[in-house]
Design a protein around this ligand. Structure first.
Ligand code: C2E
Ligand code: MG
Ligand code: MG
Length: 357
């Protein structure tokens, strides 16, 4: 058993290092860490109010996890961030697997940024279809990364782009590309509402609404032809400019859709506060349509949204039976592989003309 251990302790935004020179085995280590956690999290009184704090601990062991103090601290730090993800008062040992995960994230971050310069991003478009008359009434722009190593799905890089703020740069590109595509299609006789996914980071920027309105004006697009898909998550963070931006956008009649409804920490208060135009019911709810509880939820959401003057769009429709059910409960629109997967711009165009001819 190695003799030296480097413990990196994150204690609120301050970090401390504990070096333990002699210990018998891992059990003894864990017992020391548990004692430290217990001591730190014991509440104390400040003006008669109990205050308690938590800490997360990352563990690197000499010489297996590093032979220099710098290497040990770096690896203890990596382990500490993993501990933080586990929740409060947790510890995590550094492992090679963890190291690889971090290295992969670092290289993905670098590649993701370069991909913008190398034109590797592309928008695909998935139709939104009217349930009443089966006509395409809009499209949702969905980003794809054609990387040198193959297609990278958005779920793999969007969360990372949000973490390191690259989403702001990428988001600008997405908006420009989608507006451009709207104009191109309009010239070709396709006038569909363009839905663009907007992340919480973007909409919390001071000038987000102002800059977007400027772009829409520049392209001379009717505001009502642009729809922004936002998620419940952005209301949770209560960032200073989010509400202000939303108000400005709604004032201009730019349409707002609440995406993935039901998957976040749904609070109906913001539905009351903002006149959101569309509510998109998440696929997980639609998948459950044939169970008693599932159908009650779906029907209730549709009724509530429509009573609040919102249009309801069901996501992820893969079967005819799901569509038939949505018809029965008077849902307004749907999206899903049953009608079409997200398509390249030229394929969407082909599909559109094939359907209307
Ligand atoms: P989302 O906005 O909720 O998009 C719906 C996702 O469901 C898309 O996945 C779409 O391809 C997929 N989908 C549609 N119909 C079906 C179906 O019938 N079955 C199944 N299994 N899936 C279906 P995608 O394109 O992989 O995007 C995933 C998420 O990544 C999006 O969820 C959105 O949160 C994010 N995303 C995608 N493009 C953008 C973007 O341009 N900007 C931002 N900020 N986020 C984006
Ligand atoms: Mg969406
Ligand atoms: Mg969604």
């Amino acid at each position: 058993m190695s003799k030296i251990l480097c413990l990196n302790l994150c204690y609120h935004s301050n970090e401390f290092v504990i070096i333990i020179r002699d210990y018998k085995n891992y059990s003894e280590l864990i017992s020391i860490i548990s004692r430290v956690h217990k001591y730190i999290s014991t509440p104390w009184l400040v003006h008669n109010n109990p205050i308690s704090i938590n800490c997360s601990t990352g563990i690197a062991i000499y010489p297996k996890d590093g032979k220099t103090s710098i290497q040990l601290m770096k690896n203890a730090d990596i382990a500490m961030y993993e501990a933080k993800k586990l929740g409060r008062n947790q510890y995590h040992f550094f492992t090679e697997k963890l190291n690889k995960k971090v290295q992969d994230i670092i290289s993905l971050t670098k590649d993701m940024t370069e991909a913008l310069k190398d034109n590797e991003y592309e928008l695909y478009y998935q139709p939104k279809v009217s349930i009443k008359n089966s006509k395409i009434c809009g499209v949702e722009a969905l980003i794809r990364w054609n990387s040198k190593n193959g297609l990278v799905p958005p779920n793999k890089f969007i969360p990372l782009a949000e973490e390191n703020n690259f989403i702001l740069q990428l988001g600008d590109w997405i908006v420009d590309e989608a507006l451009n595509q709207y104009i191109l299609w309009k010239k070709n006789g396709i006038d569909l509402v363009m839905s663009i996914n907007i992340s919480a980071k973007q909409i919390s920027q001071k000038n987000f609404a102002k800059e977007l309105i400027k772009k829409i004006d520049y392209y001379e697009i009717n505001y009502s032809k642009i729809d922004l898909e936002i998620t419940e998550y952005m209301f949770l963070e209560n960032r200073e400019f989010t509400n202000e931006n939303l108000e400005k956008l709604l004032e201009k009649n730019i349409s707002i859709s609440l995406d993935d409804f039901g998957t976040g920490y749904s609070s109906l208060s913001y539905l009351k506060k903002f006149p959101i135009n569309n509510l998109k019911i998440d696929k997980t709810f639609v998948d459950d349509y044939s169970t008693k509880e599932g159908s009650i939820f779906l029907e209730t959401i549709v009724k509530m949204a429509q009573a609040l003057n919102m249009r309801v769009i069901a996501e992820g429709i893969e079967e005819e039976a799901q569509l038939e059910y949505l018809k029965k409960i008077s849902c307004d629109q749907y999206q899903g592989y049953y009608f079409s997967k997200p398509l390249k711009a030229k394929d969407l165009e082909e599909l559109y003309f094939r359907i209307i001819s």
